[in-house]
Design a protein around this ligand. Structure first.
Ligand SMILES: NC(=O)c1ccc[n+]([C@@H]2O[C@H](COP(=O)([O-])OP(=O)(O)OC[C@H]3O[C@@H](n4cnc5c(N)ncnc54)[C@H](O)[C@@H]3O)[C@@H](O)[C@H]2O)c1
Length: 385
């Protein structure tokens, strides 16, 4: 059986998460890594026994022995690396957001079709076992017609003016910080679990702290923190707060709030879906549990289980009932679906499951651009496909 040779580009926060999960998967080897910072790349390669540190992304793209790349670089490098990798015949797993604009993400979808490559994107939260279960139960009709979808994604790591990241720099992050980042995760979850596409958006987006203090030296890796630092004042235009009213296909209505100035909230994702026959709700702080609400009987908490989940979602609950899985395992599930899709392609077969691909990344870019149009003109904005 073919053993896929994989290279990871960008070995910051999420690059290392990718590496650790790739090491758990059979049928592949991490052949090499690259990072703009050679020191970080070398340390990572040494720690995980990865044989080669490439001089940069370019060298990986030119290496015909690499079958798959994982693009874990900042947003501004996604389009170029993803498109060039597909042109070089590689399958591509990209971090989100897929590109800096919907025009670019649309081109990436077309390139994937043209070169017949398998694509994946880092919408990892779908892969908690009970969220796969929620999607399958809703598709089966368990909660009837969906009326409302509401929720939030809250963090606090940008609360102080001394908090800074490349995510606030439009050159690297693109047209949005929080709506493009946390908003894309939540909107992907809402659409995946409900099975309904977002059709229209009304958005309020704000830069609460328009002036921040940026560390004078070096790059700031995500979630790394800084100490004893000298700062320089910078003005910030990108959002760290956003709220959206949503209209889904079929008429369901939604509300979503996101903020990175919510003290005490580290990675608080909440989603609630209310239908004509019942409800489901999930919160990332208790990710193994699915709340199921009923009108005429007691509510239930369903705990992830390889025995009790529906046949189609059992494979995602990898531990015996009662043992909770976590974020790393959700990533593993995501990569497992992606690599199975590659294996199936080589066998000229199609997957019988849904996994997040470039078309899903493009869908979120369309929602983002609609939200920013709405913010600008103060009106409802349609998703323009
Ligand atoms: N799916 C998720 O849950 C999730 C979580 C975090 C980040 N992300 C996404 O992953 C991407 C990276 O985010 P992060 O948090 O890891 O950032 P980070 O700043 O921690 O790491 C980025 C790394 O990319 C490297 N890099 C920069 N330019 C490069 C180049 N030209 N070639 C090679 N490497 C280069 C940097 O040196 C750094 O090591 C972002 O697009 C982000 O939105 C996704």
């Amino acid at each position: 059986m073919k053993r896929y040779r994989v290279a990871v580009i960008g070995t910051g926060y999420i690059g290392v998460v990718h590496i650790e999960q790739l090491l758990r998967l059979p049928g592949l080897e991490i052949a090499g890594v690259a990072d703009r910072d050679m020191g970080i790349a070398r340390t990572t390669a040494a720690r995980y026994g990865i044989p080669r540190v490439y001089d940069g992304a370019e060298e990986i793209l030119q290496d015909d022995s690499i079958d798959v790349i994982h693009n874990c670089t900042p947003n501004n490098l996604h389009f170029e690396i993803n498109s060039r990798a597909m042109e070089a015949g590689k399958h591509v797993f990209s971090e989100k957001p897929l590109a800096l604009s919907a025009a670019e993400s649309g081109q990436l979808v077309q390139l994937a079709e043209k070169h017949d490559r398998v694509t994946g994107i880092g919408f990892c939260y779908r892969y908690y076992p009970v969220l796969q279960e929620a999607a399958a139960r809703i598709a089966r009709g368990d909660i009837g017609t969906i009326y409302n979808i509401s929720g939030s994604y809250l963090q606090d790591w940008l609360l102080y003016a001394t908090d800074y990241s490349w995510r606030l720099d439009p050159q690297m992050a693109g047209v949005s910080n929080i709506i493009g980042d946390l908003g894309s995760h939540w909107c992907d979850l809402a659409q995946f679990i409900s099975g309904l596409k977002i059709e229209e958006v009304m958005a309020d987006v704000r830069t609460t702290l328009p002036s921040r203090k940026r560390p004078k030296w070096g790059q700031v890796l995500t979630f790394s923190g800084t100490a004893d630092t000298e700062y320089e004042e910078v003005s910030v235009e990108l959002d760290e707060y956003g709220a959206m009213l949503l209209r889904f296909e079929g008429g369901a209505r939604g509300t979503f709030t996101t903020s990175q100035l919510a003290a005490g909230r580290k990675c608080h994702i909440d989603i609630q879906i209310y239908g004509s026959e019942g409800s489901i709700a999930w919160n990332h702080e208790r990710p193994a549990e699915l709340w199921m609400g009923h009108r005429n009987e007691a509510n239930q908490i369903f705990f992830e289980s390889p025995l009790l989940q529906m046949e189609s979602t059992r494979k995602y609950a990898k531990l015996p009932s009662g043992h909770p899985m976590g974020y790393m395992d959700a990533m593993l599930n995501l990569f497992s679906d992606f690599y199975t899709a590659i294996t199936l392609k080589d066998a000229e077969q199609e997957p019988d499951y849904k996994y997040p691909a470039f078309r899903d990344g493009h869908a979120e870019m369309l929602v983002l651009e609609a939200a920013l149009r709405s913010k600008k003109n103060g009106m409802w904005s349609s998703i323009q496909s």
